[in-house]
Design a protein around this ligand. Structure first.
Ligand code: FAD
Length: 409
């Protein structure tokens, strides 16, 4: 590590500069630092912000194994909960899948992403890891040259330059890593599922002991436990409508209607802590490398949240990238770096495929559908959706396939 100053730009260095302190960047930082590699994590936001940003909550068995392998699973074992049931509510009634007893018998751990990020950060700092908050990466330069570097805006607003042997872009979809890829260096595959959700975080205990997926003529509604006091809900939403255009009362009434509370029991209401509208779009960058710049997590691929894969892929890719960088920097073996992109893309495309399938299971709309007078989508797509749900309700083979993919990455 070196540090120097001239009048305008401070200059610093690390063997690996990691952009972003989300699940991908922090797992990578912990693993690299533990392997004795000189690395630094640069994070645009404050420590409080990254530790309180509520997003994912369902950790897959493979994610838990990775965290256990590196001594990072104490928090999720002490306060996370094993979870293995989902419930589908349709006009034909409801059915439950105990996916933890199907397929490979895998369960989720329900553990809010902000708790995981807090655990990772606490561990990283405890082992002496370097991190800079309020430090925004502006651009990665010379990634295909011999001396890559990242220009940053430091907490005091001054520019700085971080030279590195490798840069890990873990700074999400809108981060500097993606922006720095020169035109033509990679392909950017994008897809719009044609669906928009209003994501809600309610200060209310879960209303059922399962993930709830309600399929309704007025659109999808979802229920996902987070903690004993906070529950995530989703409402399929008219694209372009602002998040604050409905009152809390109207939102709860609509959730009640779509979740068929009259038939299956009331929802436990509470104040809405957070509302966000997001389109269910997805993308994949291919390859996940440009010279010495590597992408991981949402920077590599964005997934619609319908199948809860994003944070799980982020952790998996971080472990693969950590092994590859350690091989290169400690043993001079670059095989892992050369195969990093292909290895991750195999997982990414499988997760994208299942996410697309889940999206079609939960919604009868798509960007290409002919909408008609039957509510949320065309009759044809609604009939396909009913048939898909019926197969899932009745076919054990289909249920095993669902369970394996639902908990897998
Ligand atoms: C509502 C919602 C629910 C979700 N539910 C699930 C779920 O149940 N299961 C699941 O697996 N996934 C879920 N996801 C997806 C999951 O949250 C993401 O896939 C995950 O956060 C990706 O981790 P990451 O480390 O790649 O990126 P992030 O968590 O986005 O972290 C990127 C970090 O980079 C920082 N950054 C950005 N730009 C810069 C810059 N220029 N310089 C420096 N730092 C920068 C950001 O501040 C951020 O801290 C959900 C997402 C949403 C929105």
């Amino acid at each position: 590590m070196t540090q120097s100053h001239d009048s305008h730009t401070s200059r610093e260095s690390a063997d690996v500069v990691v952009l972003g302190a989300g699940p991908a960047g922090l797992v990578l930082g912990v693993l690299l630092h533990t392997a004795g590699i000189d690395c630094v994590v640069l994070e645009r936001a404050s420590r409080t912000h990254v530790q309180t940003r509520a997003r994912a909550g369902f950790l897959a068995p493979n994610t838990v194994r990775i965290l256990e392998r590196h001594g990072l699973a104490d928090g999720l074992h002490s306060s996370g909960r094993r979870h293995g049931t989902c419930e589908f509510r349709t006009e034909d009634g409801r059915f439950r899948l105990d996916y933890g007893a199907l397929g490979n018998g895998g369960h989720h751990h329900v553990y809010p992403q902000q708790n995981l990020v807090t655990d990772l950060l606490t561990h990283y700092l405890a082992i002496g890891g370097r991190i800079r908050f309020h430090t925004e990466a502006v651009v990665v330069r010379d990634a295909d040259g011999t001396q890559p570097y990242v220009t940053t805006r430091e907490p005091d607003g001054r520019p700085a330059r971080w030279t590195a042997r490798y840069v890990a872009g873990c700074d999400g979809r809108h981060g500097a890593a993606r922006r720095s890829l020169p035109p033509g260096a990679v392909r950017h595959h994008q897809h719009d599922h044609g669906v928009t959700w209003l994501g809600l975080l309610a200060e209310a205990p879960p209303s059922l002991d399962a993930v709830g997926y309600a399929i309704h003529a007025r659109g999808f509604a979802g229920h996902m436990a987070r903690t004993q006091d906070v529950t995530r809900y989703y409402l399929q939403w008219q694209r372009g409508t602002p998040a604050d255009s409905w009152s809390e009362q109207r939102i709860w009434d609509e959730l009640d209607a779509r979740m068929r509370a009259e038939d299956h029991g009331p929802l436990r209401r509470g104040g809405l802590l957070e509302r966000a509208v997001f389109d269910l779009t997805c993308d994949v960058v291919e390859p996940l490398r440009h010279g010495s710049l590597f992408l991981a997590g949402d920077a590599a691929s964005l997934l619609a949240p319908a199948a809860a894969k994003g944070a799980n892929l982020a952790v998996l890719e971080a472990e693969i990238l950590a092994e590859a960088l350690t091989g290169a920097l400690v043993r001079g073996d670059t095989t892992g770096l050369d195969t990093y992109s292909d290895r991750c893309l195999a997982h990414i495309w499988r997760a994208q495929e299942f996410t697309g399938w889940m999206t079609r299971l939960l919604h009868a709309t798509s960007d290409t559908s002919d909408r008609d007078d039957h509510g949320a989508g065309s009759f044809f797509l609604a009939a396909l959706q009913r048939s898909r749900l019926n197969s899932l309700r009745t076919s054990r083979i289909h249920q095993d396939w669902f369970a394996e993919n639902y908990v897998g990455v």
